[in-house]
Design a protein around this ligand. Sequence first.
Ligand code: NOJ
Length: 750
Amino acid sequence: MKNLSFIILVLLVSCTGSHQSKEDQFVQNLLSQMTLEEKVGQLNQRTSQWEMTGPAPESSSDLLEDLKKGNVGSMLNVAGVAETYEAQKIVVENSRLGIPLLFAYDVIHGYQTMMPIPLGESASWNPQLVEESAKAIAEETAAAGVHWTFAPMIDVGRDARWGRVMEGAGEDPFLTSALAVARVKGFQGNDLEETNTIAACAKHFAAYAFAEAGREYNTVEIGDETLHNIVFPPFKATTEAGVATVMNAFNTIQGLPATANSYLQRDLLKGQWNFDGFVVSDWNSIGEIQTHGAASDLKEAAERAIKAGSDMDMEASAYVKYLAELVEQRRVDEALVDDAVRRVLHLKYRMGLFRDPFRYCNEVKEKEVIGSQAIHELSRKVARESMVLLKNEEQLLPLSKDVKSIAVIGPLANDKDVPLGSWRAKAITNSAVSVFEGIQNAVSADVSVQYSKGCNLAINERSFYTELTLSETEQADFNDALDLAKNSEVVVLVIGEDCFQSGEGRSQTDITLKGQQLNLFQAIYEVNKNVVVVLMNGRPVAIPELAQKAPAILETWFAGNQAGHAIADVLFGAYNPSGKLPMTFPRNVGQCPIYYNHKNTGRPNKSDEHVFWSHYTDSPNSPLYPFGYGLSYTTFEYSDLKLNKNEMTTLDSVMVSVKVKNIGERIGEEVVQLYIRDLAATYARPVLELKGFEKIELKAGEEKVLTFSLSAKELGYYLPNGSFQFEKGAFKVFVGTNSQELLEASFIVR
Ligand code: NOJ
């Protein structure tokens, strides 16, 4: 039975008045009834014990008792209508005020139906599609009783060694911002009160992806200019788009833990950017303030975190243990606690939880929505748009309909699990369509499609939670695979990484393909030159040998549940590939971090006479495949790059137009990319900066003129002190098909 206070809460919600003031009044009223302990309870987030996405907590207190007492404001890793209903019931029926829980879960690229991993989805360069995908993900998630996802991860990442690049949108702040906003809109919709939307969480604030040497959770040393121009823009953009929550980060930045950083959380986020949601810590990141050596005990860590603006404590139990005491001892002003609680209550109100704490709990809907045909169809569509054609010599692809025999070879060729990727929430093990299945399904019965594994991935045990173990280098026995290759017209070789080689806690010092995979390719290539390499991986991989020899390479990332069908769509030309790399592919790991928007250095130019220029002696500087790169089965010709003026003022804008024509024989989509270069500024600017893009579809022979506008917003930059500045001087503008093949024009800002 509901307690009396909860009924009063419900009555309060339904009283009249303007929407905003009604919400404010409700929250204020509730806050005024809360004891200090109850307030602190709202700031405490606990994991369920049956699913862990971080180090298992020491069970210092009894979760059930805490729930009953109102000591928990939010839970993570509780998902499913039955589960969320049960936990909610305990809180609503037993705690004094019956304030409902907020259920959070890491729904990163799907709840049960997996879309491609975020890095893959980002390769679509299609914000509309990405929004559609997030919307469908939100529908599945909400139908499972979950209110809040810890996504999108919007850390701009430049280092392929860092396993979590799979979770972001790559190396560019402009692209990341556009896709981050799309994801937030998709998750949250127009109204968080709708029960098919969920609250989003922009994470990790800030600079987590800049971990030294790409090693997970490592120290971050980053300059203020890079913070403002590269790291912050996606966070600012999602704040402007109304993201409900932000997660802070594990790392220190210049020695200060992000969780204890009041410049980040108070001055910038809640101050300058007016963020009205709340900040959740990362898993025990409040506790880790002490481990970093920036607090002498957990109590001091709690003090630093709340003062710095971390509102909710995920899994450190630091607030629930010490915050009330800190207030009583006047080390922390209760107004800070009130502000944090108010933010949490506002979200609960906006989601309608005070009206009905069980409004997301509908078992019929859960069954109907999760795993629907519609979401699987969308997953296939998103997957094929995320694929990047890296190489296609002599138009080996698309495969001809007349092919009579196809050998599908490789450790991932018939794998039904790896395509689901890491961070897979409630995905069903082995539920993806394998490439072998996809190809079989795509061809007529008279085509011979045969499979041979060839070799293993060299991974013995795999799970999200525990360390991967690599097997001893196995003795390669490629005989069956070679026989099959010899007797087939074409080989589709599916190789890459295990999905748990990337994701949290999965940094690598080597980004080549593990085990015997390259040898398998070489051996197959000896007996059959028609090898199409299909790659699955969660980070840029170093594949110079493949890039040199393989006639065709298709990057498919981890493409989700419909992987095999989507890959077959591309291989046979039912879909003309249109993906572009959101992250540079290096030649070797020694080039990492490698990114297109680097500074020029004082010595960029190659010298044949001496060694004193910025380079390696054992590798070119250039990447294997540049940012923005990706081929199509048709060809796009760029011409007529024009500016409407050659001079402008700082208050003005310049219009840039370009003609793009499909000069091939089939319909295709192209991502037209616009970059700028500020040639001389007070602070050295990058050699290229993406400032516009548009994905267009052109029929064979069709042409289109595209126009972009450049003004202060695109042409200015942030000084290290955070102020935005638009300096006069000469600029270059570039438009083209990737960050290396570009038309160029110039203008001056007077
Ligand atoms: C730690 C990760 O860094 C964060 O992104 C995730 O949301 C939490 N664990 C919760 O699982």
